[in-house]
Unconditional design. Structure first.
Length: 256
């Protein structure tokens, strides 16, 4: 993952492709999928944790477009009209600045690259207007599993909000926005989180075919060691299992 900053680059004279938009609700498996993609040839910056770009996730999406704090968790979500009202300002800024930022973190200016941030689900109309040739890769997880996971996790600006129904409604709103604009877009591919966990090699191959990325035996190994089944069915977990999995995750983070 690209997490070491480089000297400010000289001007790049050439055309850059539009991004792959790796989309999914919070706690939907988009981080694991993004790690696979980056390890297999799709450039993704990871300077904001969770395989996210500080420029896009923290500055553009969270601060400039959503206003920071707990706003990302608000229901109802921003309307399409509210999102598109930023096109002449934030949209213009994104288009002018994204490549300068990414090249400081190792991007070569011409390779395939991606953006991963759950907030992009809400902001998709603006992103497709700014980057009309983007490829959308949408990972869908059981909304009840997502809701259960979010209700047991501390999240930025929110803390632990133990209201699964709130998270479920928010998840379905994210899904609806992606489906409305994604399915009308030229490039849209949906991946089931559960299927990806159970059959990572086969699903990984379909993803790479869609993105026109190579898929070798080494890439298959990346998907097999990254995707696991132990997070399936979280809606049925007991309080004891949540504690055990929290401890397990803590140890994993320590040794990453």
């Amino acid at each position: 993952m690209s997490d070491a900053r480089k000297p400010i680059p000289t001007l790049f004279h050439g055309d850059s492709p539009d991004p792959v938009l790796v989309m999914g609700m919070h706690n939907s498996g988009s981080t694991a999928l993004s790690r696979c993609l980056h390890a297999c040839g799709l450039f993704m910056v990871n300077n904001a944790t969770q395989c996210e770009s500080h420029f896009f996730s923290n500055y553009v999406n969270d601060e400039l477009l959503m206003g920071g704090g707990s706003n990302w968790a608000n229901f109802p979500i921003l309307s399409v009209e509210e999102v598109m009202s930023y096109r002449a300002t934030v949209g213009k800024f994104m288009l002018e600045q994204w490549r300068i930022d990414l090249m400081q973190w190792g991007y070569d200016g011409s390779s395939p690259w991606g953006i991963k941030d759950a907030r992009t689900c809400v902001l998709l109309p603006l992103y497709l207007d700014v980057f009309p040739n983007s490829k959308i890769l949408f990972i869908r997880r059981d909304p009840d599993d997502i809701a259960a996971s979010l209700a047991h996790r501390e999240k930025p600006g929110v803390g632990v909000h133990k209201d699964p129904e709130h998270w479920r409604k928010l998840t379905l709103a994210h899904f609806e926005r992606v489906e409305t604009f994604g399915k009308a877009h030229r490039w849209f591919h949906e991946v089931g989180y559960e299927e990806l966990c159970r059959e990572p090699v086969a699903v990984g191959r379909r993803i790479h075919d869609y993105l026109e990325l190579p898929y070798t035996a080494e890439h298959e190994k990346v998907y097999k060691r990254t995707m696991h089944r132990d997070r399936l069915g979280t809606k049925t977990w007991t309080a004891f299992k949540w504690r055990v999995m929290s401890i397990k995750k803590g140890f994993k983070v320590m040794f990453e």
